[in-house]
Design a binder for this molecule. Structure first.
Ligand SMILES: Cc1cc2nc3c(=O)[nH]c(=O)nc-3n(C[C@H](O)[C@H](O)[C@H](O)COP(=O)(O)OP(=O)(O)OC[C@H]3O[C@@H](n4cnc5c(N)ncnc54)[C@H](O)[C@@H]3O)c2cc1C
Length: 369
């Protein structure tokens, strides 16, 4: 089948890998001008790593990430309040490394066409997509369209124009630092320092043999964000440094040593899960289908799981006699929708716990399961 995929992030690349293995011909249309080097890092649970291995994604050597053993919840003075074992086999990765490993695993006949932003979808008979229109005006035709165009998905907007979305209350300021001393201090652990009143935390985790990622989570209702016109990365950087001044080592040191040009402001959105991830010959995958709260740590793993579920649905359809493609895709939508609704609920619960004073709630591993 001839498949057009929009977005060459984790979900788009994974869809091209899984469907390419089944003999489908995939083209990826990516908005950016070149492969993303941006992004910091994330944690992958064992199940997601197993999927990647089974698909031939090479996560050895420079792409192997760091095994994570324990979650250490600390107060702002650095005392450990709570410790939890992280599921065995979990690892942290630099986003750049995981993206490179996925690009290496792409079938040779799955080109990534950069500078190709999805702008609109033309609907034909019965809600079928007759063409996707790029910002350049180019019309893209295909038998199946996969929208993997991230949190602010254009395809999701076209499909559900009135679906309410709002900015999440908690934003994340994320940075990457090269620091051997902090690497030794962090060991194989995810560390998180919490303000006693809630609503402010600093996380630190190793992502490769040279770098750690830090992230500061800020309740924007409590700590006034920089004025909109100054609300750029530098103003946020200054704000989180001010808010965490005097916190335990190595948090202030890590923030201070990070190149402010390399930090990223993560502005998640809060929205209910859209009613379905499939209409006729269009499917939504990854953040495009279900933008999650960062507290779930599920963005990457769910993008991988979506691609695997979609490939399973298409394989069942290919093998069936008189099978209907639309039915197979509806099964994909149903299966993933159920799972994603649970993550949405858990993400909102985790966000509420984060906002409460740390003494009044149990400490928790920031992960939806
Ligand atoms: C640059 C970047 C850095 C990130 N860094 C981190 C991080 O450090 N930690 C973390 O936990 N998560 C990070 N994320 C988010 C994380 O990758 C996703 O939550 C998760 O992997 C789900 O993957 P996805 O493919 O659905 O979305 P994404 O990984 O966001 O990929 C979406 C892709 O679609 C492209 N795109 C967007 N709109 C269009 C359009 N209209 N037409 C064509 N292409 C389009 C984007 O450029 C992007 O390549 C980052 C995402 C990006 C894009």
């Amino acid at each position: 089948m001839d498949i057009a995929i929009f977005g060459a992030g984790i979900a788009g690349l994974m869809a091209a890998i899984t469907l390419g293995k089944q003999g489908h011909s995939c083209r990826l249309y990516e908005r950016s001008r070149e492969a993303h080097d941006a992004g910091m890092g994330f944690i992958l649970m064992p199940e997601a790593i197993l999927y990647l291995h089974s698909l031939g994604v090479n996560l050895s050597g420079e792409f192997s990430g760091i095994p994570l053993h324990r979650y250490l919840c600390r107060n702002a003075q650095g005392e450990v309040l709570y410790e939890e074992v992280i599921p065995k086999g979990s690892r942290s990765f630099r986003r750049r490394d995981l993206m490179a490993a996925l690009v290496n695993a792409l079938p040779a006949d799955s080109p990534i066409i950069f500078n190709s932003e999805l702008e609109w979808l033309d609907f034909g008979d019965g809600g079928r997509i007759s063409a996707a229109i790029l910002r350049s005006g180019t019309r893209v035709t295909a038998e199946l369209f996969i929208a993997a165009d991230g949190t602010r998905s254009r395809a999701r907007e076209v499909l559900f124009p009135d679906w309410p979305t709002r900015s999440a209350q908690v934003i994340e300021v994320v940075g990457l630092a090269r620091c051997s001393e902090t690497l030794r201090w962090a060991g194989n652990n995810l560390n998180k320092f919490h303000s006693p009143d809630g609503g402010l935390a600093v996380g630190v985790l190793p992502v490769d043999k040279e770098h750690v990622v830090w992230f500061v989570q800020v309740d924007t209702a409590r700590f006034a964000p920089p004025p909109a016109k100054e609300g750029n990365a530098l103003s946020w950087y200054a704000l989180v440094r001010k808010l965490t001044r005097g916190w335990a080592h190595p948090a202030p040191h890590l923030l201070a040593m990070t190149d402010p040009d390399q930090i990223h402001i993560w502005r998640p959105i809060d929205a209910d899960v859209v009613p379905y991830f499939h209409q006729q010959n269009l499917v939504l995958a990854g953040d495009a289908a279900h933008p999650f709260s960062p507290f779930t740590s599920q963005g990457v793993a769910s993008a991988i799981a979506d691609a695997v579920a979609l490939a399973d649905a298409l394989e069942t359809w290919t093998k069936s006699v008189n099978g209907h493609l639309a039915k197979a895709l509806a099964n994909y939508s149903k299966e993933r929708h159920q799972q994603c609704e649970q993550y949405l609920v858990q993400g909102r619960e985790l966000a509420q716990k984060f906002l409460a004073p740390i003494s009044e709630t149990e400490c928790w591993l920031p992960l939806a399961t």
